[in-house]
Design a protein around this ligand. Structure first.
Ligand code: SF4
Ligand code: SF4
Length: 206
């Protein structure tokens, strides 16, 4: 349960499963086929980009901005307290083009800006997610995807797979604190410590 997590960074509790859950990201972006929940402010920012986004859309995408987002709903895991889902059109997020590229990222890169400047936070974080105030693995969504994390040989933890994303989310100080906590946590789970048996991904022993 999130309320039992002992570590908190930047107001977010840390589920230590992120240090041991094995994850490999090799597919072509099936996670974008279901759309994503954005914060209300993120959706407003995206709508304000419409003049620059529409020219990047292909024939599989909808240029009618009134169809880009679902109705808003309350959700305390979003900064503004309101979540807005992106619509799924032609079996993919409305912002995914036929080549499997997110046009929000494409726009930023075309402008020589930071690649995630316009991308919703939950797109950046997946397969991590903030759930009930805690950073954890979005295992429910992973399980309903056919090609996500299918490599049973994956030896890296989701923490290792998502270092850049976590640095983006926590900032340098917060990420350094997360790394320290990871070391402490993995040490506490070592096989030679009494009463613990969690498997630590190879190469990640503290
Ligand atoms: S996160 Fe999962 S679904 Fe998304 S690109 Fe990686 S492996 Fe594929
Ligand atoms: S906004 Fe972009 S990254 Fe997020 S689900 Fe849609 S296409 Fe994928």
């Amino acid at each position: 349960m999130p309320e039992n997590f002992v570590k908190e960074i930047n107001g977010i509790k840390i589920d230590p499963i992120i240090f041991t859950f094995r994850f490999g990201c090799k597919c072509t972006g099936e996670c974008c086929h279901f759309g994503v929940y954005t914060d209300l402010k993120e959706s407003e920012k995206i709508l304000n980009l419409k003049e620059r986004l529409i020219p990047l859309m292909d024939e599989t995408q909808c240029k009618d901005t009134s169809k880009w987002f679902e109705p808003a709903e309350e959700d305390e895991d979003f900064d503004s307290g309101v979540a807005v889902g992106t619509e799924v059109i032609n079996d993919k997020c409305t912002f995914l083009d036929k080549d499997g590229l997110c046009i929000l990222q494409k726009l930023a890169m075309n402008e020589n800006s930071y690649k995630w400047k316009y991308k919703p936070l939950y797109c950046i974080l997946f397969p991590l997610v903030i759930f009930k105030g805690a950073l954890t693995v979005d295992d429910e969504h992973i399980e309903r995807l056919k090609t996500c994390n299918i490599n049973p040989q994956a030896e890296t933890s989701v923490f290792e797979a998502c270092r850049e994303e976590l640095l983006h989310f926590f900032g340098e100080r917060g990420f350094a604190e997360l790394e320290e906590y990871r070391k402490e946590y993995l040490y506490s789970q070592r096989a030679d410590k009494p009463g613990h048996s969690i498997g630590v991904p190879s190469g990640e022993a503290a």
